[in-house]
Design a protein around this ligand. Structure first.
Ligand SMILES: [Zn+2]
Length: 648
């Protein structure tokens, strides 16, 4: 995403809320890549009222009822109006600035409760129109809040930074806001004069056009083909079906057929896709140049103050660390007993094993798995799991997927659709990682820094999964279960890390085409993708010409350029932290644990790179990426051993 030049302070909290909810959505996307597609659930869903209360979240912790919610809503509206009335006061001095900052915090805190009460209620049953209306009512209020606070940034920035710094030296309460205020001045570097900003805001009306066109072409207007599979059945090839077949059909010809048919959909319109993608690239380059950034990457990273070397290092070090990835695919080829091994053979399970994991068992295992993080951390997790934070089972109308919602002033809530599968177990471990981050950050930070950025967000969630995997592997008694666990972990690394690094590489190369005034055609885009596929997989897979169009079916290239690389950097950070937390001397481990908990407690109180550096992770260096490569190498070796054992 191209960095926003400024953000209205009073809506910062709702932004943060969205950011973290978005993580749930991106997590869905990661699950998506994992392609452990849900095989159709045939059992009848229980009505929500039939599910025992201990498996449902308790939203009365936020508000006792809708009338309490309405009072808070009205209070929020009053405060927003009061904030608008502060316009023109800042230059008078520290007290006025402090008053604005405090009121902004009050609005933010109330916003979390008002938004999430309606939003979580709605997610219980999305068929409820009345609750949907209330939820939309809050969204309208957000828009008002954003208008009511639009004056703040320009008015603040008209005061010189040394003046504001002088105020902060003299006023301890105002000094709390130092990082937030100074960061606004830093972001100011690329803000234009009034005329320039007006021109850019006029252009914003059509900056979403290429992505709108992409959605229309790939979703609204698409006609999914009806395909007869070599094994006999006939399917309508939606994306969901495509994934399900790749993940469940043991017949390779079936997989080859759906792969070809699905990619032909994109090949048929590949020049249109290329033209839309070129518009994305040109738009990003236009905004970067208009704001005087050297490159599109610089522009995308400026918001979080990330040096471009982080992305360049990720790309180079990952490309140099593909050996264990290739070993894994060669192992799969042997296990599957196929003559040729293709992209479409990479998600089918190596063994059949369908153990059910009862939720009550997992409630015991999960806190046990985080023992390396200390007793207090374990106790807090147990409290959360017993405290009606989690909405466990699916019911008719419930939102799909999973997320952790950071309800400031209350506690985190987690939505699951738990179905006793291994995926569901790891999803809980993942969301629990987010929730513990929220809990610790909210407990230790003033409100203004309680929200953390996406750049750090996926560190605790993936670390939580890694700890859980270790716990499960130590206890697995069945060889097949061991294989399944290892494959789950490896596929996670492939999709969360290697695939994201490859996509980041692709996005960077594509943007560099327009930055260098080079042509962007379907052929050129196809070549970039094909060459990357080869650079990663070497002779470990057999290549299909249709793989050239794969880029056209990655929605994130069109919707959120330069965004998902953060999943790879989070994963790398988490791998290095895992290494530090679980190896070395006892004293080293104790220091590493303290540093890690400090990271969680730090919320968004500094730039993400700084926070991670304090935790012992420097993403501008190759070590974190190498930690992932080592992790994968160890897992593939363990998988080889487990398979060896299996065949004895
Ligand atoms: Zn997540």
């Amino acid at each position: 995403m191209i960095a926003k030049a400024s953000r209205p302070l009073s809506s910062a909290s709702s932004d943060a809320g969205r950011d973290r909810r978005q993580c749930a959505e991106v997590y869905d996307f990661l699950m998506d890549l994992l392609a452990t597609a849900e095989v159709t659930q045939s059992q009848q869903l229980k009505d929500r009222s039939e599910i025992p209360d201990r498996f449902k979240w308790d939203l009365t912790h936020i508000f006792s009822d809708w009338s309490a919610w309405q009072s808070a809503y009205d209070e929020l509206e009053t405060k927003i109006a009061a904030y608008a009335a502060l316009q023109g006061t800042l230059a008078r001095g520290a007290d006025q600035l402090l008053a604005a900052m405090k009121l902004s915090d009050e609005i933010g805190q109330l916003t979390y409760k008002v938004w999430y009460f309606a939003s979580l209620k709605y997610d219980e049953d999305q068929r409820d129109n009345q609750i949907n209306a209330k939820r939309q009512q809050v969204q309208i209020l957000f828009a008002k809040a954003s208008q009511a606070s639009a004056w703040f940034n320009p008015e603040l920035l008209a005061i010189s930074l040394p003046t504001v710094q002088q105020w902060m030296r003299a006023n301890a309460e105002l000094a709390v806001y130092r990082f937030a205020l100074e960061d606004l001045y830093r972001q100011q570097e690329h803000v234009l004069d009034d005329k320039g900003e007006r021109l850019l805001s006029l252009s914003s009306r059509f900056s979403s056009s290429p992505n709108d066109g992409y959605s229309a072409l790939s979703t609204a207007d698409v006609r999914y083909p009806v395909v007869r599979l070599p094994s006999g059945s006939e399917v309508t090839l939606t994306y969901g079906q495509y994934r399900a077949i790749l993940a469940t059909h043991r017949n390779q010809d079936d997989r080859a057929t759906v792969y070809a048919e699905f990619h032909k959909l994109y090949a048929a319109n590949v020049n249109t896709y290329a033209s839309l993608y070129q518009s994305v690239l040109q738009r990003d380059w236009f905004h970067s140049r208009a704001r005087d950034y050297r490159t599109t990457l610089d522009a995308a990273l400026h918001g979080n103050n990330i040096p471009p070397a982080v992305v360049e290092n990720l790309i180079e070090t990952t490309k140099a660390g593909t050996d264990p990835l290739r070993r894994y695919h060669r192992l799969r080829k042997r296990m599957l007993g196929v003559d040729t091994y293709h992209v479409y053979d990479s998600t089918i399970p190596l063994v059949d094993f369908d153990r059910q994991y009862a939720y009550d068992d997992v409630l015991e295992w999960l806190p046990a798995s985080v023992a390396p993080l200390g007793r207090e951390y374990q106790a807090q997790m147990r409290e959360g799991l017993a405290g009606a934070w989690v909405d466990v089972y699916e019911n008719p109308g419930k939102r799909s997927g999973a997320y952790s919602a950071p309800v400031y002033g209350v506690h985190p809530y987690m939505l699951l659709n738990y179905n006793d599968t291994l995926d569901a177990v790891f999803t809980l471990a993942h969301e629990m990682g987010h929730s513990m981050h929220t809990l610790l950050s909210n407990a230790h930070q003033p409100f203004v820094y309680s929200a953390y950025t996406i750049f750090v967000a996926e560190v605790p969630s993936t670390l939580s999964e890694a700890l859980f995997l270790q716990y499960m592997l130590e206890r697995a008694t069945d060889d097949r279960e061991r294989v399944v666990l290892l494959q789950h972990a490896i596929d996670g690394i492939v999709s969360t890390f290697y695939t994201q690094a490859l996509l980041a590489d692709y996005a960077l190369q594509a943007h560099r085409l327009v930055e260098g005034d080079r042509p962007v055609t379907a052929d050129v885009l196809g070549d970039i993708y094909f060459n990357l596929l080869k650079a990663y997989h070497g002779d470990a897979i057999d290549y299909d010409e249709l793989a050239r169009v794969t880029w056209a079916r990655i929605p994130h290239f069109f919707s959120t350029p330069y965004y998902v690389y953060q999943y790879a950097t989070c994963f790398a950070s988490s791998a290095q932290l895992m290494k530090q937390l679980t190896t070395g001397s006892e004293a080293d481990r104790a220091t590493a644990i303290e540093r890690y908990l400090t990271l969680l407690r730090s919320g968004g109180s500094d730039h993400p790179m700084t926070l991670l550096q304090r935790a012992g992770v420097d993403l501008s260096k190759p070590e974190p990426v190498r930690a992932v490569v080592d992790q994968l190498d160890t897992l593939v070796t363990q998988l080889e051993a487990a398979i060896e054992h299996l065949s004895q």
